[in-house]
Design a protein around this ligand. Structure first.
Ligand SMILES: NC(=O)c1ccc[n+]([C@@H]2O[C@H](COP(=O)([O-])OP(=O)(O)OC[C@H]3O[C@@H](n4cnc5c(N)ncnc54)[C@H](OP(=O)(O)O)[C@@H]3O)[C@@H](O)[C@H]2O)c1
Length: 177
């Protein structure tokens, strides 16, 4: 069975992706910080997605932590032996008036939404290239749109399209999608 790592799997789009991939018979490596919520999603992937409990791995991790990419990739390989797909769905949204939003807000958004995405993708990529697999970055159609106040979330989503956005950026003959 193909193996998908899904970040942000405890909620929202990542949770929905987990159930969808379960129904498509992927084994799942789910990550987020909220262990209770991750366990609920894992149970859903079994009860509604048709997987066995052994087909779902949970790795609770703060994505911006130094050791998070290695922890998630190593745990996935130890359990399933391969990685076919990485769904980068973890993300945070902060917004507010410019004068009330310090640069630390910008830094937090960029750290979680962009830097952590790039670090995890780099850690998983050699294994995804070897399976001719797929990386999906969950972005936002509102990214290019002007918004009220300081909203670093929007520029952060635009960046998802670029840093690792084209297979040729990675390796010309990788067949990565
Ligand atoms: N929902 C929308 O309408 C929409 C529209 C456009 C774009 N997006 C983008 O899609 C992505 C997902 O959105 P969503 O609506 O699914 O959000 P959500 O329901 O708030 O879920 C966010 C997920 O990210 C995880 N997460 C956040 N910070 C983390 C951190 N520091 N370390 C590890 N995990 C972290 C959360 O896990 P824990 O809570 O377990 O830590 C949670 O599973 C975001 O990047 C968002 O900008 C969403």
């Amino acid at each position: 069975m193909p193996v998908a790592i899904i970040t942000g799997a405890s909620s929202g789009i990542g949770k929905g992706a987990a159930l969808l991939f379960a129904k498509h018979k992927y084994t799942l490596s789910l990550t987020g910080r909220n262990t209770d919520a991750l366990n609920e999603v894992a149970a859903l992937c079994v009860s509604e997605g048709g997987l066995s409990a052994d087909d779902v791995l949970i790795t609770a991790a703060e994505l911006s932590a130094d050791d998070a990419p290695k922890k998630i990739v190593d745990a996935t390989l130890a359990k399933f032996g391969r990685i076919d797909t990485l769904i980068n769905s973890a993300g945070i949204l902060r917004s507010g008036p410019v004068l009330e939003s310090g640069i630390e807000v910008f830094d937090e958004i960029m750290n979680v939404n962009v830097r952590s995405l790039v670090r995890l993708t780099r850690a998983a990529l050699p294994h995804i290239i070897s399976t001719k697999g797929t990386v999906v970055n969950v972005s936002s159609i509102t990214g290019p749109c002007p918004s009220e106040g300081l909203n670093p979330h929007h520029p952060s989503t635009i960046l998802f399209h670029q840093p690792l956005g084209h297979p040729a950026t990675v390796e010309n003959d990788s067949q990565l999608r």
